[in-house]
Every structure is written in C-alpha cells, then in structure tokens.
Design a protein around this ligand. Structure first.
Ligand SMILES: Cc1cc2nc3c(=O)[nH]c(=O)nc-3n(C[C@H](O)[C@H](O)[C@H](O)COP(=O)(O)OP(=O)(O)OC[C@H]3O[C@@H](n4cnc5c(N)ncnc54)[C@H](O)[C@@H]3O)c2cc1C
Length: 391
C-alpha cells in the first residue's frame, strides 16, 4: 500500500517528536516513525529520578510550552537554574546570574523521561499526527519526487520531505549518503543523581578539572544531577565504585560545595563524540538534532541545538508560498544556512574549551585560567555568552 504525507519524520526522540507535533499543529500532513517504547506516556515514579536530565533553555521551554508539552511535565520535578558557577583548575572562577541579566532563569532542569512522556501524551492527543510505531525504515529513494520510504512492515510512504531525527547513528543520514565529520572524544559522560546535605541555591556548578569536566546540576529539593565528562579509563573506574565510594569521590571533586552526597541512582556512562553532518539538507531531506550534530555536553546544549533546529525548520516551512513543496531544495537550504552559526559556535566552542582544559601543558593551563578570569570581568562577553545559552 502506498501512503502519502507532506513530511515524514524518522525518530521519535525529544527532537523528532517535537518536530512532528509542531508541524501537525501547523496543519501539515505528518507521519512519525518511532518506537512504541519511546512514545509510552508513563509518568516518572517517585522516588526514582532519571539520571538523564537536560538543562533546557528558556527559549526552548517556551517553544515546548507553545506545543502544549511543557505544561504536561510535573512542575514539582522541574528545577529553575538561577545562576551558573564555573571553576577552572587554578582557582579561576566565572559566574552567571539570571537576575543580573534581567532574566528569571538561565535554564530549566528536567528529566529526559518526563519530557519524553509529556511529548508522547501530547502526540496521543493530536489525532492529525500519524504515528508509525515500531516500524523500521528499510529503503529510502530520494531520486523520486516525492521521496519514497519503505518500512519493514511492507508499507510504503511517499513524502515531500523526509526528516532524519534518528540520533547520532542516523539511518536516514546514511541512506541519503550525507558524509559525517566525527571525532571520538575517548571520554564517557558519567551521569548519576545524589541527595545533598547543603542547599544548592538553584546554582548549576561546573569544575574544569585535570580529569575532565564535572557538572552538578540542581534538581528539585536537596538533590543534584551529575555529568562527569572524563577519559574512558577514569569513567570506568567511577562506574565500578560502590554508590558510597562514588558519592565520596564526587563530594571530594566538588570540594564539598554542596555538602555530603548520598547516591540516589546507579551511575551510567555515555560515549562522547563531536559529530557534524557535512550537510543538513538534500533535495527532499533534512536532518535535525543529533542526526545532524553531536556536541560535547559541557555546555549542556545538545538537545537545545536540536530544538532550535526544529524551531527554524518549522518557521521556514511555515513561511513558504502555498504551492511550494516542503522538500524544495532552495527552501531547505534556507534552513541549513540559518542553522550554520549556532551549530558551529556551540560545537567548536565546546570542543575548544574541552581541549584547552584537557591539556596539561603549563602555558595553556595559565592561558585557560586567565581566560576565565578575563571573561568574568567582561560584562559584554558574559551577556553574549548568556544570550547563546538562553535561546
Ligand atoms: C552525558 C550527556 C549529557 C547531556 N546533557 C545535556 C544537557 O544537559 N542539555 C542538552 O541540551 N543536551 C544534553 N545532552 C545531549 C542530548 O542528550 C542529545 O543532544 C539529545 O538527546 C538528542 O536528541 P535527538 O532526539 O536528536 O536524538 P536521540 O535522543 O538519539 O533520539 C533519536 C530517536 O530516534 C530513534 N531511532 C534511531 N534510529 C531509528 C530508525 N532507524 N528508525 C526509527 N527510529 C530510530 C531512537 O530510538 C530515538 O528514539 C547530553 C548528552 C550526553 C551524552
């Protein structure tokens, strides 16, 4: 059977699900290829806290609010970030406060599964959006217009635009033969949650250490979520520790800033890499989210970049003349051009910072700490950095 839509989104993670919803709300005929597990609407259960958490920018929270998704997340499980504190490895310090910039918050900390469940609930309440659950794509023909995607269920779908939102190992990107520039950091992001004896004060804290970048992000109540981006051998050593020993190690590495730590969840490690698709678009095709780019988590911007891809693509499609196809190449190039600078600055900025702090060379150690001190005393630079983080 041959079915037809305007846009076919492959991948129902946070980025793909939000894109499919936004386009359906816009009145486009959309289908979403996603696993049933991803689209389960189950709510998170206390007292467990998901180790995968995101610092969602105010701009993206507003976008999710407009989709009816943000209000579906239990507010008691969301934490505003009022300030960020960053330490170098030689007592250098850099701080950002929302209030100083006339903002209410710099970011919102939210659990991955809570956000995914909220998206799933909104999708379930949007009958105009066709969900192709548990079908895997097997072939994609972009030489035809509209493009044709065949699923392992035997179904065949034609679409003016196929969007790859299927993550870092994107099948769509490969099927479209879009080359990928990739650099494996040889690091894992070790994530775990802790109860703390002190108040976190809604501050997101980050330490650039000789063994990597340690971040403690505030969760509601006296809890924090850790992301320790560190070389694989050290990451494996952390993952092998007992919960008590891990809590002690993190407490020591964070200089006791948030008091005594107690493990709330087992630690999990995620491999880290820098990836960039050589093109975000082809005729009849676009990439969004990790399918298009993967960045170091030190800036907490991965999924934020993905949501900003979605906002741009949705805006470009909405602004097209009525008879122009969603898959029109010059139209899609407009999306790719608009996303270039944001993606490049987050990807390469994070990469440069990571490299600068990973080196043990004394000259560079001095440069990086001087650099942090300099930025601390440059209000215009701080404002510029903050604008990027909150978008
Ligand atoms: C340790 C760590 C901490 C991070 N912290 C932050 C943070 O604080 N803030 C932030 O903004 N970002 C953060 N990130 C980055 C963030 O996790 C990613 O950028 C984000 O999850 C990407 O979302 P996505 O929807 O593009 O891809 P994914 O989450 O990878 O989703 C892709 C979806 O596509 C599906 N899929 C894959 N292949 C197929 C196929 N062939 N057919 C159909 N479906 C398919 C998958 O099942 C999945 O559901 C962090 C990353 C790491 C590793």
């Amino acid at each position: 059977m041959n079915n037809s839509v305007q846009v076919l989104v492959v991948g129902g993670g946070l980025v793909g699900a939000s894109l499919a919803l936004a386009l359906a709300h816009q009145g486009q005929r959309v289908a979403l290829v996603a696993s049933a597990a991803t689209l389960a609407t189950c709510a998170p259960i206390e007292p467990t806290w998901d180790q995968r958490i995101y610092a969602v920018s105010p701009g993206n929270a507003a976008f999710l609010g407009g989709l009816g998704v943000w209000s579906r997340v239990d507010a008691a499980r969301v934490q505003a970030v009022a300030a960020m504190a960053i330490w170098g490895d030689a007592q250098s310090h850099l701080g950002f406060a929302a209030e100083a910039a006339g903002l209410r918050e710099l970011a919102w900390i939210v659990e991955s599964r809570a956000l995914q469940a909220a998206l799933a609930a909104e999708i379930a309440a949007t009958p105009e959006l066709t969900v192709l659950a548990d079908a895997r794509p097997v072939t994609l023909d972009l030489t035809l217009s509209p493009a044709v995607l065949r699923l392992d269920s035997g179904e065949q779908w034609s679409a003016d635009l196929v969007v790859g939102a299927d993550g870092g190992q994107s099948w769509v990107r490969e099927a479209a033969a879009i080359p990928l520039k990739s650099n494996d950091y040889q690091q894992l992001g070790v994530v775990a949650n802790f109860a703390i004896s002190a108040q976190h004060g809604a501050v997101a804290r980050q330490w650039f250490r000789p063994d990597g970048v340690l971040a403690l992000l505030p969760l509601p109540g006296q809890r924090v979520s850790m992301v320790w981006s560190t070389p694989i051998a050290h990451a494996n050593a952390l993952l092998a520790l007992s919960p008590e020993d891990l809590a002690n190690a993190v407490q020591a590495a964070s200089l006791g800033t948030v008091g005594v730590l107690e493990s709330l969840s087992p630690a999990v490690g995620f491999p880290l890499s820098l990836q960039q698709a050589q093109s975000l678009v082809a005729p009849g095709l676009a990439l969004v989210g990790d399918a298009a780019h993967r960045v170091h988590p030190l800036a907490g911007q991965g999924v934020n970049l993905g949501f900003r891809d979605v906002r741009e693509l949705v805006a470009v499609l909405a602004a097209r003349p009525p008879l122009q196809s969603c898959g029109d190449y010059p139209l899609l190039q407009r999306y790719a051009r608009a996303r270039l600078e944001d993606i490049a600055s987050i990807a390469w900025g994070g990469d440069a910072l990571q490299k600068l702090f990973a080196t043990q060379a004394p000259l560079l150690a001095s440069v990086r700490n001087q650099g942090l001190r300099m930025v601390e005393h440059m209000p215009s630079m701080k404002r510029w950095l903050m604008q990027r983080v909150i978008a």
